[in-house]
Design a protein around this ligand. Structure first.
Ligand SMILES: *Cc1c(COP(=O)(O)O)cnc(C)c1O
Length: 405
């Protein structure tokens, strides 16, 4: 028996893996020490658990443990990377390059930096959601101090050519940050091979708990310096003050270890399920558009626009069956369709008509088959009452009804 609704919103958050929860529980109970209190056994125990977590996180991305700065999540990591570098390297230049389809947790800090005198170039993307590395190269100036390009997009799953960008930045002596919140669970990432200097992670996007993440900060070749954004007890090498949330860190560490253990097989499994979903829908419905590059994308991501249907109406009709999200903002405060889909060149109507499917570790084939059926039924039902759909079908039929000429 399937338990409904089926969760296909793994880009928004993932379920905490039961093994992660299990590992965390003692630290909510009897192992409650403060990792900074090294004068007794409670503190030592906590400090040792934090060190294990630091090693597990570092290992996933090929980093050294002391290059991991624990934060509250990818939003904070991105803020620390962007503002920390901008303020520390200001005398070298005031120019930052990023991409218009980045997460708000990159775009909003960039906007803030613009207000205090930095210049930011927002690179466009093509129809598939990819940036041009040549355009990136052309955007770099002697004043450029930082390039920030996300590893995988949270709406369309498109993967960036990190190694190429890393080489380019290294050649020019420019720091390279990547927001890897979406990529880390399924895409192998090695900071040295990719030439990444700063990398953001979020535990709750990789089957760990919410409220914890990390920023990788390169310590040699070059040694990246950051202006701390919080002043306090000088935790995390002075880069991020605040008592460490030991239970969350323990969970984050185990989550990284589990992702690492499944890297070799999980992408293939997800890709097979995702392709089954895609073809299952396309075989039964016409006028469906794939958003984002067909292959250069996260294995668990599918983003489709269903012409002649409103995303909100589709979400509502699927409410009891599928937990998915739409490129159509549901809040009345923001009637704008997704800026990511708009950046691909989609018109408002198709951007509003989109669904994002995020498959994950706990997604099964039976769930995918149910999802195909639910989507096809809902879209057919909504199109049956959509005037624009009937108009489009009528004009398709035009040649067939004029044989008497
Ligand atoms: C979820 C997400 C974030 C925000 O992460 P939090 O840990 O929730 O702050 C940032 N960037 C990307 C790409 C994300 O998917």
């Amino acid at each position: 028996m399937l338990s409904l609704p089926i969760y296909l919103d793994n880009h928004a958050t993932t379920r905490t893996d039961p093994r992660v929860l299990e590992a965390m529980l003692p630290f909510f109970g009897e192992r409650y020490g403060n990792a900074a209190s090294r004068t007794h056994r409670f503190g030592q125990d906590a400090a040792e658990a934090v060190q294990v977590a630091r090693e597990q996180v570092a290992e996933l991305i090929g980093a050294r443990p002391r290059e991991i700065v624990f934060t509250s999540g990818a939003t904070e990591s991105n803020n620390l990377a962007l503002k920390g570098v901008a303020n520390m390297y200001r005398r070298h230049g005031n120019h930052i390059v990023t991409v218009c389809t980045e997460h708000k947790a990159v775009l909003d800090p960039c906007r803030r930096l613009e207000q205090v005198g930095f210049e930011v170039t927002y690179l466009p993307v093509d129809r598939d959601g990819l940036i041009s590395v040549d355009a990136l190269a052309n955007a770099l100036t002697p004043r450029t101090i930082l390039v920030s390009v996300m590893a995988a997009n949270n709406e369309i799953g498109v993967l960036a050519p990190l190694a190429e960008i890393g080489r380019l930045c290294k050649d020019r002596g420019i720091l390279f940050h990547t927001d890897a919140a979406q990529a880390a669970a399924t895409i192998p990432l090695n900071v040295d091979e990719l030439g990444v200097d700063l990398l953001s992670l979020s535990a709750h996007k990789m089957y760990g708990p919410k409220g914890v993440g990390a920023l990788y900060v390169r310590r040699r070749n070059p040694h990246v310096r950051l202006e701390p954004q919080l002043d306090g007890g000088g935790h995390e090498g002075g880069l991020r003050s605040g008592t460490l949330p030991v239970p969350l860190l323990v969970g984050f560490g185990v989550a990284c270890q589990l992702c690492r253990a499944s890297l070799a097989t999980e992408a293939d499994r997800l890709r097979r399920l995702r392709d089954r979903l895609y073809h299952g829908i396309l075989d039964q419905l016409e006028d469906v558009v794939l958003n984002g590059h067909p292959t250069q994308r996260l294995p668990g991501n599918l983003n489709l626009s269903f012409a002649h249907v409103r995303g909100e109406a589709l979400l509502m009709s699927l409410y009891h069956e599928l937990a998915v999200s739409s490129g159509s903002a549901c809040t009345s405060a923001n009637p704008e369709p997704s800026y990511v889909l708009k950046a691909l060149g989609l018109d408002d109507e198709l951007a509003h008509a989109s669904l994002r499917f995020g498959l994950g570790r706990f997604t099964t084939e039976a769930e995918i088959d149910f999802a195909i059926d639910a989507v096809v039924r809902s879209v057919r039902r909504l199109r049956a009452i959509s005037p624009s759909y009937h108009l489009a079908r009528a004009s398709d039929l035009q040649p067939a009804v004029s044989p008497r000429a």
